[in-house]
Design a protein around this ligand. Structure first.
Ligand code: GDP
Length: 516
């Protein structure tokens, strides 16, 4: 099945952590990823030249495994986050010991914090004569990262990617953090996961690197990835070796898709080619229909895929600044009570004082507006906000803040759709008409059918197509509606598999704005 819910706890087994490496440019992200890859004990025996596939897994001497996203920088992380497909369990924050905390270090901290992913600090380049690891730890305090060395809980490991020092300690820190997180997934189900990267290869065709989140992906299975689908012709690891299957947290290149899906898109195994076609069709149609106002009552691929998200709740990230600590606290706690099971507000930062540049940067990385209660932004912050497109909203009445956020949240709620059946028809004959494709000669058996309304085609009481009634004819004329007892011709947009005996149901859909 495609509509997958949470797996029962007893079906889950421990899985490897998925780790992203982030930090300021030139602080050694790429070097560290390369160095960590060389610690893989399984690599030695296997040999082979490693190639970049966007992610790799290493096996430690202890037997523990770690999956690294081999995409330094924040782009991949953001791409996944913006699609709600957070695949990262742990962030390694690389800070060069000679350079210290820099703007992209702060950005990485904010990214990790906003998505609730724990951080491990790798203080890199400790081999350099001007390295000052203690200063780095001191600087991090400013960003509420209190490392163990200073009585906090964040692990900080001195490393040298160049000299390959501290790598084992870093791996141990990851293993420890991963034990705390109790990462688990059910390997015995059809696979679901996320696309890490993709390209169209000259020789091999579309190639997508995917990370399995749960279940096991096998060669020969049919997958839908974003709006692409295909039969998995081959599964390949980063050493270019063919794999039979890939379980939770294991990255693999898949060959056989009909196109390259976007990074951050979700994938899932489906039971048949026709199901895959149907889902991909459905998705494309929904994209088109968005503007025409036609929508369907059934679950869309997006809705089904949405079930794969770690976090099914839509979160509205907010930054709150207020005149005094008391009002900052009051506002944030009221805001966090506003949501329901579908949408909620998450205050990522609430503090007294004017709006500063660092507030603006934080708001930018989490895509949130700033709510300023009885305080103002200074000139630099205003300019930065303007340049970065961050919205600052000013208030002097707490009620207005709450009202405003409530309205925004209601806008995020999917509208309630109510379907009304208006008529039924059955297919008596099928005609091939050159310009229109297949047209069904039908008799309306109940109610009324209208051109432009929603239709479902039923065969043996099973829905085989859902779409829009694009053609409705009485003899040679295009008409807008036909009533029960009358014969007519019906055509469906982009759908031609019609057979005599199929039943057709017609419906209209009304959308209602929902409130909290
Ligand atoms: P990135 O931009 O964060 O991916 O950084 P790179 O991995 O490309 O490293 C930037 C520069 O720092 C390169 O010249 C590396 O050789 C150097 N570098 C990386 N790690 C170390 C280290 O541990 N010690 C020293 N001395 N240099 C390093």
């Amino acid at each position: 099945g495609f509509i997958s819910s949470e797996d029962p706890e007893e079906s889950k087994q421990p899985r490897a952590p998925v780790v992203a490496v982030m930090g300021h440019v030139d602080h050694g992200k790429t070097s560290l990823l390369d160095a960590l890859r060389s610690t893989d004990v399984a690599a030695g025996e296997a040999g082979g030249i490693t190639q970049h596939i966007g992610a790799y897994q290493v096996q430690l001497k202890s037997g523990d495994k770690i999956t690294f996203l081999d995409t330094p920088g924040h782009a991949a992380f953001s791409a996944m986050r913006s699609r709600g497909a957070q695949a990262t369990d742990i962030v390694i924050l690389v800070v060069a010991a000679d350079d210290g905390v820099m703007p992209q270090t702060i950005e990485a901290i904010n990214h990790a914090k906003a998505s609730g992913v724990p951080i491990i600090v790798a203080v890199n380049k400790v081999d350099k004569p001007d390295a000052n690891p203690d200063k780095v730890l001191q600087q991090l305090l400013q960003y509420e990262i209190v490392v163990e060395q200073m009585g906090g809980e964040v692990q900080a490991i001195p490393v040298s990617a160049l000299k390959k020092q501290g790598l084992e300690e870093l791996a141990e820190a990851i293993t420890l953090q991963s034990e705390i997180l109790e990462l688990k997934a059910n390997p015995d189900r059809s696979a679901e996961g996320v696309v890490i990267e993709s390209q169209v290869d000259k020789g091999r065709g579309p190639v997508a690197t995917v990370l399995v989140k749960r279940g096991t992906l096998s060669r020969g299975q049919i997958v839908v990835a974003g709006s692409q689908w295909g039969k998995v012709r081959a599964l390949v690891n980063e050493r270019g070796q063919q794999m039979k299957d890939a379980g939770p947290s294991l990255p693999a290149e898949i060959l056989g898709l009909d196109g390259a899906p976007e990074p951050g898109e979700l994938f899932a195994v489906v039971e048949s080619e026709s199901r895959a076609r149907e889902l991909v069709d459905y998705r494309q149609r929904q994209r088109r229909d968005k503007s025409s106002g036609m929508s369907s009552g059934g679950a869309s691929l997006e809705q089904m895929m949405a079930k794969l998200k770690d976090n099914e709740v839509q979160e509205l990230a907010l930054v709150v600044k207020a005149d005094v600590q008391g009002s900052a606290e009051a506002i944030s706690s009221s805001l966090e009570k506003l949501g329901n099971e579908e949408v909620r507000a998450r205050v990522i930062h609430a503090a007294p004082g004017g709006v500063s540049e660092s507030d603006v940067l934080l708001a930018k990385t989490s895509g949130s507006p700033i709510f300023a209660f009885n305080v103002r932004a200074n000139k630099q912050a205003r300019e930065l906000a303007e340049a970065e497109g961050v919205e600052i909203r000013y208030y002097s009445v707490i009620y207005d803040v709450l009202d405003d956020v409530k309205n925004t949240m209601e806008g995020l709620l999917a509208p309630e759709k109510r379907e009304t059946f208006i008529g039924y028809a059955e297919v008596l004959e099928v005609f091939n008409i050159s310009k229109l494709g297949k047209v069904a000669g039908c008799r309306v058996t109940e109610g009324v059918v209208r051109r432009g309304s929603g239709v479902r085609l039923l065969r043996n009481d099973t829905v085989i197509h859902e779409g829009q009634l694009s053609t409705l004819k009485r003899f040679k004329d295009e008409v807008s509606e036909v009533r029960a007892g009358t014969e007519c011709g019906m055509g469906f947009e982009n759908y031609h598999d019609i057979q005599v005996g199929d039943k057709i149901e017609c419906f209209t859909v009304e959308e209602f704005k929902r409130t909290l």
